[in-house]
Design a protein around this ligand. Sequence first.
Ligand code: PLP
Length: 359
Amino acid sequence: MSSSMSNFFIPGPTWVRPEILQEMSRPMIGHRGAEFRELYARIAADLKPLFATAQDTFVVTATGTALMEAALVNCANRRILVTTCGAFSERWLQIAESLGLEVDRLAVEWGEAIDPDDLRDHLASRRVPYDAVTLTHNETSTGVTNDVAALAQAVREESPDTLVLVDAVSSLAGIPLRFDDWGLDVCFASVQKGVALPPGIALVAVSAKALARARKMPYRGTYFDFLNYKKHADEGGVPSTPSIPHFYALAAQLEHILRGEGLEARFARHEQMRETTIARTSTFAKLASDRAHASATVSALAPVRPPEELRAAMKKRGYTLGGGYGKWKETTFRVGHMGDITMESLNAMLDVLVEVARG
Ligand code: PLP
């Protein structure tokens, strides 16, 4: 198999380019020295266009789930609204409850997207504003992309003091996202999906408004305190010993995303991967979620044959596909088409999948 071909199609962690894996084996450097500061400065500059923001961005040695907790710890201490449309958007509920927050939920069925008008109506009907609303840009369990621009606008207009916290774990660097233009307050992603690095660090953009809210929080914990990240970022570093191999890899990958492939071309490739996946599987599987909100990074498909049989047959042919998630486990499988997967790899996998599905 050539070095640009992947046989690994789960919706994260995704395939990582061999050059990036090599970046991770560079010699160690101290995280308080000039070399690290130089590395960090390059990363910080490149995170701005990635999130489309002029505000603060941080790199945290942790995964996406940790950043969900961090967003809540820094921005909410009374009540929040969680919008849910699948397993990952539901994860916010459990984290918020574990922090003792009062939690309301605006839910749609799995496979659907949150309707901005429903969110607007819900917020308009409240007398006491929420500290924050949680949104999930791309619901990885169902392959649905929410219209975060419209949802955030609804929050801004109906409840201007409520912060907008966005999980972009499976959208960042795969699906357009504009932190400043959309008026977001916290937006984060782990790197093992659209950014296409091995798992282990997370990226976050934080608005001035969110930092001002954090300042008012009496207890923000220590590891996830955004103000501490800001203090260290302003000095060119991070609060505690980071996963330095990931920082090397991130710098190289941001170079590739922004100045190698280019963000717009990357988004276009992801859309093409979605269209190709849906079209080429249509004879033996139905898209399980709303077509109008179909994700450009992951497709949840309901095949005629039991999905686990299909996946096992693909495994025998050397291909790993994603299983169905949560309550969709028995009825769907998922194709992760994210990160650096090429059209050539995707089509080669789909050639085999079409053949295997014929039985
Ligand atoms: N949010 C979404 C949308 C996800 O897809 C995932 C993981 O798949 C998570 C959060 C959790 O991220 P992590 O596994 O990096 O903690």
